[in-house]
Design a protein around this ligand. Structure first.
Ligand code: NAP
Length: 306
């Protein structure tokens, strides 16, 4: 129903991007912030600020904490993967029967954990190529137009709330193959992002490390085939090469996180791939040694390794 409020948990880059577009379309949106102090600080300011090109808009959306009593029928979880389980646990008591919960986390692992924790909810997974980041003053910059694939892990049909996304001009498509999309993105990430951290380079400079990239793609292809994701494995090496070329001037998101001293989502990216490889008894020596090297690099910088 169009009048069902969207409760957006996590008013960071992606949460702001979604909340502002939904609100601009006239849809009811509530922000769920960490605690009363955050709500107070937010309420003293003008609201969420979104910069699209040169156009900045302010959205004074209502904010609340997990302690508010209003029931939640539709939850958009827009925190980092490592915060997802705790965040969802904080509002679980407010979810109505068959609440709809849309998970925007990158990588894999957090989605399954949240779905397992919410057996009475309808849980949906998303994979997005949109990009947003937060300026020091809190304004969220919509930096990369992209596309969002949505689906359900348990084969549920397309939900009616997709109309809200259309109304909000959020480019999207429903797919019965969301796991393929998420695994494909994760595999491409594994072949590029950790190497950019270790070699301290832009994506394009990975062309100088092509034997390593090739070995990673071979192992990831074998892993995807072994775990029943052959479509995610299809022509992986060629696509990784294309992504490296198309994004040659960019620093990867993991590179940027490490450079800024932010916690990475390593456990849900290369970490998840290595765990799944071990479970499926697929040897991934290059991937595993890359994970170990990355963990060491994070320890050296005093950053969390989980
Ligand atoms: P972000 O800017 O760090 O935003 C996450 C927000 O969630 C923060 O405001 C955080 O608050 C909040 N949060 C965490 N736990 C909470 C809790 N228990 N209660 C209330 N708020 C809570 O992260 P992001 O860049 O939007 O990324 C979100 C997800 O989208 C990640 O998995 C990321 O990989 C994925 N993604 C992002 C982009 C992008 O361009 N940004 C693109 C594709 C995918 P605090 O500040 O207090 O921690």
């Amino acid at each position: 129903m169009a009048d069902t409020p969207w409760h957006v948990l996590g008013a960071g880059s992606v949460g702001t991007l979604w909340a502002c577009r939904l609100a601009r379309a006239g849809l009811p949106v509530r922000l769920l912030l960490r605690d009363a102090a955050r709500v107070n600080r937010y309420q003293q300011g003008p609201g969420l600020r979104l910069l699209e090109g040169t156009h900045e808009t302010t959205f004074a959306l209502p904010a609340q904490t997990a302690a508010t009593e209003e029931p939640i029928a539709r939850l958009l979880l827009a925190c980092k993967a490592y915060d997802a389980e705790t965040a969802v646990a904080s509002v679980r008591h407010r979810l109505v029967e068959r609440a709809q919960v849309l998970l925007l986390q990158n990588g894999l692992g957090s989605q399954q954990a949240v779905a397992a924790a919410l057996p009475r909810a309808e849980v949906f997974f998303a994979s997005t190529t949109e990009g947003a980041w937060q300026r020091d003053d809190g304004t969220v910059v919509f930096a990369g137009q992209g596309f969002t694939w949505l689906g359900s892990a348990d084969g549920a049909p397309a939900p009616s709330w997709l109309n809200d996304l259309a109304q909000a001009a959020i480019p999207h498509q429903w797919t019965p193959e969301i796991m393929t999309r998420l695994w494909r993105k994760l595999a491409i990430n594994c072949a590029i992002n950790p190497l950019t951290v270790l070699h301290q380079c832009r994506n394009g400079e990975l062309h100088d490390h092509s034997p390593q990239v090739t070995a990673l793609c071979e192992e990831l292809t074998a892993l995807l085939q072994a775990i029943g994701q052959p479509d995610a494995a299809h022509d992986l090496h060629a696509e990784v090469g294309k992504v490296i070329t198309a994004t040659a001037a960019n620093y990867s998101s993991m590179y940027q996180d490490v450079a800024a001293g932010r916690r990475t989502e390593i456990a849900y990216l290369i970490g998840h791939a290595c765990v799944q490889a071990q479970r499926a008894a697929v040897p991934v020596p290059t991937l595993e040694s890359l994970r170990q090297a990355l963990l060491q690099a994070l320890r050296d910088k005093g950053l969390p390794t989980n």
